[in-house]
Design a protein. Structure first.
Length: 390
């Protein structure tokens, strides 16, 4: 786990809790993507807007960076040889038709056990052989080898038999096979620019963008670039340790293409602002700034006191209480400001979480502590310039 926290105040898990009425958890997207609401929270004085106003809030020369990951149909239902029901959530595809998955079952099968997914191989579905835990024998995930009737790849089997893995707070009837929302979810729980398959959750801040908003941004002179971070199921897991230093952050794979590094350098040279769309984009860019690695796994855990190096502004949805994402945005815009705007959002009936509304944040000026400075505190310009030239 890579954790960063400030020395001026010690934050605990309970600091990031808030009361959220259940009726504010969005169960369906807005009728139109950009018709969702946008809380303009760049300044202490908050402004209630709509997402289609975003181009008016940015400037020519700014750079918007998206996460172009594509959500895969990673949730698959089946049964053990004994007949017990089982659910797999495939989080990563390995070589040799092997996958890494979460497993939901009353009693875990033994290594070597065969799971019959969607009726099994003989009934038109596929089989999954349990190979062990992952990434080691103490791992929380499971490694399985998939076997389809015609030698299909895991990607093909998921596309044929899987379901979009919606978050646990969105109520659906996926297992029954009679989910009336399936067609809507397959379209709307995916960004309009998704192209790199591998995520089990959408980068939800980007769900608000449609062709009209993208055209308006281009007309305004706002540049666009992309990164890839395959969002894992761990994004929905709340932090459970009151002492944040004890939290084990989940790991996710990311990649930053060279054209995006070049776009970052152009933005800094012209004095523009880097606007991250979603916390996954933030995690990607700030992981690169810390490590210099353009691709790999990151388990960066951002808490108040973290010295941001790349991102100047952030478009993001409203997050779960006590989540690592609440801590990330508090580190970005200031803890008190975030808690105030969440109170405002609840009082003004904003819609929360994946299908909910969004907010626009501006980075709070950060003064590094001695400990942070010792860990390294290059300015964003130097970080972007060095990598873009590499």
């Amino acid at each position: 786990m890579t954790a960063f926290s400030g020395a001026r105040r010690t934050f605990h898990l309970s600091d990031f809790d808030f009361e959220l009425p259940a009726e504010l958890i969005a169960q369906h997207p807005a009728a139109e993507r950009s018709a969702s609401r946008l809380l303009d929270a760049r300044e202490p004085e908050l402004a209630d807007r709509h997402f289609y106003e975003l181009p008016d809030l940015l400037q020519a020369g700014d750079l918007l960076i998206f996460n172009d990951t594509q959500v895969i149909k990673a949730r698959v239902f089946g049964e053990k040889s004994s007949g017990g029901k089982i659910e797999l959530l495939i989080e990563r595809v390995l070589d040799g038709n092997e996958v890494v998955a979460h497993m939901k079952v009353s009693k875990k099968p033994a290594v070597g056990g065969v799971l019959h997914m969607m009726g099994g191989k003989k009934a038109g579905g596929f089989d999954a052989v349990l190979m062990g835990r992952w990434p080691n024998e103490m791992g929380a995930l499971f490694r399985l080898r998939l076997d389809g009737p015609h030698g299909e790849t895991p990607w093909e089997l998921m596309q044929q038999h899987g379901h979009i893995p919606l978050p646990p707070y969105i109520e659906r009837e996926q297992q029954s096979g009679r989910d009336p929302n399936q067609a809507e979810d397959e379209v709307r729980y995916q960004t309009v620019f998704a192209k790199n398959p591998g995520a089990v959750a959408a980068p939800t801040a980007a769900l608000h963008f449609d062709d009209k908003v993208l055209a308006a941004l281009e007309a305004k002179g706002v540049e666009r670039a992309s990164v890839t971070l395959h969002v894992g199921a761990g994004t929905f897991q709340p932090v459970k340790t009151e002492n944040l230093k004890d939290h084990q952050m989940h790991s996710e794979w990311y990649d930053i293409p060279l054209p995006t590094l070049a776009a970052l350098e152009r933005c800094r040279q012209r004095g523009g602002r880097v606007v991250a769309v979603g916390t996954t984009t933030v995690r990607t860019l700030e992981s690169w700034a810390r490590t210099g690695q353009l691709s790999g796994d990151t388990n960066i855990f951002i808490t108040p006191g973290f010295p941001y190096r790349v991102v100047d502004m952030l478009v993001t949805n409203f997050h779960l209480p006590k989540s690592s994402l609440m801590m990330l945005v508090s580190a970005f815009a200031g803890y008190e400001h975030i808690m105030d705007l969440y109170k405002h959002a609840v009082a003004h009936q904003y819609r929360f979480f994946s299908y909910g509304d969004s907010m626009l944040l501006q980075r709070k000026k950060h003064i590094a502590t001695g400990e942070e400075a010792q860990a390294g505190s290059e300015e964003p310009t130097s970080a972007a310039s060095g990598a873009a030239a590499a």
